[in-house]
Design a protein around this ligand. Structure first.
Ligand SMILES: CC(C)=CCC/C(C)=C/CC/C(C)=C/CC/C(C)=C/[C@@H]1[C@@H](COP(=O)(O)OP(=O)(O)O)[C@]1(C)CC/C=C(\C)CC/C=C(\C)CCC=C(C)C
Ligand SMILES: [Mn+2]
Length: 365
């Protein structure tokens, strides 16, 4: 059976995602484990096919007269992605609510794949993850792009990549970022940090453009639009890093350029002790300034997107950018005070984002 170019296998719905086990995968409120035990294990491709065949046989046996309704299954796949999105995507949640429903579902599917990828090295089972498991995850990605999804979440992405002109490279690059994250806990300079930010977040910008669409009337080159999208990914990730310094250093990770820390006279010991010194405040001011530069760069590209995509992108951009303002309001204590943009502020940004979207520029609002 085929839907939108995807090869569909008749799965029994209730068997698609194994029940959560304590040791594996964070359990969602909805009861769906984000990463199943099987997904985390390094399994062979033969094993995947064996599972799929078994499931197909099970369906035949259970429901001999009931053909699988492709469309229902696809809807369910997207709905499950939406549940994960609602549970995890704190800052980006509002953004997709402003999208057309088709685009929203595609972004949900992409989000869930990114979140699961990130969860492999950042989640509760990170210590079990080996480079081999990431290789398996990459093979599975190849299967998604060939229309051979392994589970329901993958099925949504298989459909999305057959529906939008999405290339596989940014997805592969994100996995590369996870490989880097497994090995590296320090970054010598900004060049190294930039590469990391590209892998884990710039890639998301590149994945988003084909879904958001470039306006037919846009005179900008594709390169300009993709550069802006890349800049937004970098800006978001730099912001995320600045916000999460305390959390990351408690995991033994410092995503800050070592050479810049040295020039500022800040030692690792001070970071581990969470010392908000004057040196730290000046250092943070500079990191914030750099993140804002990338946001400025990204802003130039939003007007080139299709009209219906400008509002959600502006909203997401303004919301994430505000995290930097909150870090300033917290007097640069990003060790023990999490910078959080409250609901009221989030909603207040919506008309501003709308204004910018319809004016096609950031100048008037
Ligand atoms: C509308 C919109 C922003 C769509 C993109 C949504 C999407 C597919 C997000 C995936 C995010 C994700 C799970 C990435 C995995 C790696 C990772 C954790 C990166 C960090 C994200 C923040 O995650 P976190 O959950 O920690 O954040 P909160 O708890 O919610 O605060 C990152 C900071 C990277 C996110 C990067 C982007 C969303 C790139 C955005 C770029 C575009 C939408 C392109 C727009 C186009 C132009 C031309 C400007
Ligand atoms: Mn984070």
């Amino acid at each position: 059976m085929a839907a939108g170019g995807v090869v569909w296998v008749t799965f029994p719905k209730q068997n698609l995602i194994p029940p959560p086990r304590k040791r594996f995968g964070r359990k969602l409120r909805t009861g769906v484990p984000l990463i199943s035990s099987t997904a985390e294990r390094a399994y062979s491709e033969e094993k995947v096919h064996e599972v799929v065949l078994k499931q197909a046989a099970w369906v035949k046996q259970q429901r001999p007269n009931e053909g699988c309704k492709d469309w229902d299954l696809l809807n369910e796949a997207y709905e499950r992605c939406g549940e994960v999105w609602a549970e995890y995507a704190k800052t980006f949640y509002l953004g997709t609510l402003l999208m057309t429903s088709e685009r929203r579902r595609a972004i949900w599917a992409i989000y869930v794949w990114c979140r699961r990828t990130d969860e492999l090295v950042d989640g509760p089972n990170a210590s079990h993850i080996t480079p081999r498991a990431l290789d398996t995850w990459e093979k599975r990605l190849g299967n998604i792009f060939q229309g051979r999804p392994y589970d329901l979440f993958d099925a949504a992405l298989s459909h999305t990549v057959s529906n939008y002109p999405l290339g596989i490279q940014p997805f592969k690059d994100m996995i590369e970022g996870m490989r880097l994250d497994l090995l590296k806990t320090r970054y010598n300079n900004f060049d190294e940090l930039y590469l990391y930010c590209y892998y884990v977040a710039g890639t998301v910008g590149l994945m988003s453009v084909p879904v958001m669409g470039i306006a037919s009337e846009s005179k900008a080159s594709n390169e300009t639009v993709y550069s802006a999208a890349l800049a937004l990914g970098i800006a978001n990730q730099l912001t995320n890093i600045i916000r999460d310094v305390g959390e990351d250093c408690r995991r033994g990770r410092i995503y800050l350029p070592q050479d810049e820390l040295a020039s500022a006279g800040i030692s690792e010991d001070e970071i581990f002790r969470g010392l908000v010194s004057n040196k730290w405040k000046i250092f943070m001011k500079n990191q914030i300034k750099r993140a804002r530069m990338y946001f400025d760069e990204a802003e130039k590209g939003v007007a080139e997107l299709e009209e219906a995509s400008r509002w959600p992108v502006w909203a997401s951009l303004l919301l994430y950018r505000q995290i930097l303002d909150v870090i300033e309001e917290n007097d640069y204590n990003n060790f023990t005070k999490r910078a959080y943009v409250g609901k009221a502020k989030k909603f207040a940004s919506l008309p501003l984002a709308y204004g910018r979207a319809i004016m096609g520029t950031s100048k008037f609002f």
